[in-house]
Design a protein around this ligand. Sequence first.
Ligand SMILES: NC(=O)c1ccc[n+]([C@@H]2O[C@H](COP(=O)([O-])OP(=O)(O)OC[C@H]3O[C@@H](n4cnc5c(N)ncnc54)[C@H](OP(=O)(O)O)[C@@H]3O)[C@@H](O)[C@H]2O)c1
Length: 261
Amino acid sequence: MTQNNSRFTGKTALITGGTSGMGAATARRLIAEGGQVIITGRDKARLDTAVAEITGGTAEFADRLLAVRADAADLTDLEALADTIRERFGRLDVVFANAGVGAFAPIGEVTAAEFDRIVGVNFRGVYFTIQQSLPLLADGGAIVINASWTLHRGLPGASVYAATKAAVHNLSRTLAADLSARRIRVNSISPGYITTPMFHENVAPEAHSDIIGAIAAGRLGTVEDIAGAVAFLASEEASYINGQDLVIDGGIATSTPAAML
Ligand SMILES: NC(=O)c1ccc[n+]([C@@H]2O[C@H](COP(=O)([O-])OP(=O)(O)OC[C@H]3O[C@@H](n4cnc5c(N)ncnc54)[C@H](OP(=O)(O)O)[C@@H]3O)[C@@H](O)[C@H]2O)c1
């Protein structure tokens, strides 16, 4: 995707879960396109490392990146996060509700505590991140929620995870309607297999070639594939796209590679 270096000049974006993977890549992308970005995560040391990696030590970029420790599952943290953004920037133009946990097990092995943990970050966390951001979000702003291809196609062991992702996509449709008077657009993305720490935690190296064989694009996705799509949905170029889910998965949810037939 061609990069326009000024689409986010003068704009401020909140990215939850910005210490690694898609969140960090999207932070890099929006800053490179002129934006100011707030990233969150649960651990101060990880946030410090992420700031150094995202800015590459560039003073100009460092001025436009703020890292805030905030657990998306903790409403008190989300309220404090909104206060910090209000004091430092006064407003938001973009929210990328990206923080999430991936955990996979057959339904018989899912405990109530594990169910609550996954729902607490992936659905409740997204819901209250958006609720707490709304007073700061400018009219005409954009919300992008990170869902997953698993909301479109069943994956063994994903009963809780996939349901949270279906829930947040559904939320984008309802909120697009709720927020229409303020012209705030709300969309979700459904990444496929993207090579991030979460992917490597959940997929053994020996399974990679079978997965690639099931992807029509013939490769795993990169964080840059996602960052470009999020930047597009958050930008004016997507001003007539609302309440949608953009599947960015190389075809795994919808297409069978010829080699598999
Ligand atoms: N990778 C894939 O193949 C894939 C596919 C479809 C969808 N997704 C979705 O993409 C999103 C990003 O995941 P990723 O693959 O980029 O994984 P990742 O590199 O592991 O990043 C996950 C991010 O979420 C943060 N996070 C986790 N729990 C949090 C919490 N309670 N509060 C605040 N931040 C929290 C982590 O920060 P700390 O650990 O520093 O707190 C980290 O920055 C997730 O919602 C995931 O479900 C991933």
